[in-house]
Design a protein around this ligand. Structure first.
Ligand code: PMV
Length: 328
């Protein structure tokens, strides 16, 4: 990394959804995941973040969607970047999501990926993509994946320092075009965020050890299916990983139930559509929204069907998105 003069920078990073899910931390302080994960980056959902480091201000300020938010969690993250750059300046951060924040649409993934890139550039650091992925991970585990477009694998890593816990691209967005229909069933922020949901999981769930032990095989199966462009196997593994994650969440004391009635109805609608001949598979993160994965030519039909499910408020159609990038 090399130092350069300070001037504000703006970055865009796209949200992602995991096909093979991450849940659980092997180190909470460094935010090291207990399992690897594989995701797709979405072109239709993104965060734009502008960061400027200024000599004349005495504290960080953070606006999301034009509203001032508590800067404390972001100050901890910005401190990592200030330490690397050898600067003390406080930052002005302004961020916009083009989708609802904190409701299971992975705003933390796109948000921390955009913040990592914009803040490194604004601090004069010439950080490479792997270093950005490791930095973004310290804001949110899934953010490590949003540094890259297309299909992405996040490595759990073995090292205590986290130097091998980063994401890497498996395929670029044009290598295997896929479509996603997001069914929004609730616009409110979720009640239990992912960090709270994952804290102390080994003691809180009897299923946790089995979840961690089986993860390498699930990842290998998914890697092989992606390499073979075998959509049916990718889809079947995606639904399996989603249901297994939610089984783990349900098994946690106290039980974590992120679904509402429309979530379940949309899952059934996806399966009925598949039984009727359209290859489509669902996945769901720590929230009530359902994401249906299919070939790009089927997104219109899938969107029409899920939009008619009682309780589905809105749908978004997406293809695969690009790497996080600077806008100025
Ligand atoms: O990155 P976090 O801490 O918001 O956790 C993400 C967890 C899931 O979205 C449920 C799964 C995943 O791999 O993205």
């Amino acid at each position: 990394m090399s130092a350069a003069p300070l001037s504000p920078a703006t970055a865009r990073a796209h949200s992602n959804i995991a096909l093979i899910k991450y849940w659980g931390k092997r180190d909470a302080a460094l935010n090291l995941p207990a399992v690897g994960s594989i995701s797709i980056t979405l072109d239709a959902l993104y965060t734009d973040t502008r960061v400027g480091f200024h000599a004349g201000i005495d504290r960080d300020s953070v606006d999301i969607g034009g509203r001032k938010v508590d800067a404390a969690p972001f100050t901890r993250f910005l401190d990592l970047i200030r330490a690397r750059a050898g600067i003390e300046h406080r930052a002005r951060v302004e961020s916009w999501n083009n989708f609802p924040t904190g409701a299971g649409l992975a705003s933390s993934a796109s948000g921390y990926a955009a913040l990592a890139l914009a803040a490194c550039r604004a601090a004069g650091l010439d950080t490479n993509a792997r270093e950005l992925s490791m930095l973004a991970r310290q804001g949110s585990g899934s953010a490590a994946r949003s540094i890259f477009g297309g299909l992405v694998e996040m490595h759990r890593g073995e090292s205590a320092s986290g130097e091998d816990a980063y994401a890497e691209p498996l395929l670029g967005p044009a290598d295997w075009p896929l479509g996603v229909v997001v069914a929004i069933t609730d616009r409110n922020a979720k009640r239990v965020n992912s960090t709270a949901g994952m804290t102390g999981l080994a003691e809180r769930s009897d299923y946790y050890d089995a979840w961690v032990a089986r993860a390498p095989r699930d990842l290998a199966d998914m890697r092989n299916a992606i390499a073979a462009r075998d959509f049916e196997t990718v889809g079947a593994l995606t639904e399996m990983s989603c249901l297994k994650l939610h089984g783990l969440m349900l098994s946690t004391r106290p039980g974590l139930l992120y679904w509402n009635a429309a979530t379940v109805a949309a899952m059934h609608a996806v399966r009925e559509l598949r039984e009727a001949g359209t290859p489509v598979y669902f996945t769901i993160d720590a929230g009530p929204q359902v994401k249906a994965i299919c070939a790009p030519e089927h997104t219109g039909e899938v969107a029409r069907v899920v939009a008619n499910v009682p309780g589905v408020l809105d749908t978004r159609v997406s293809g695969l998105g690009p790497d996080a990038h600077l806008l100025d």
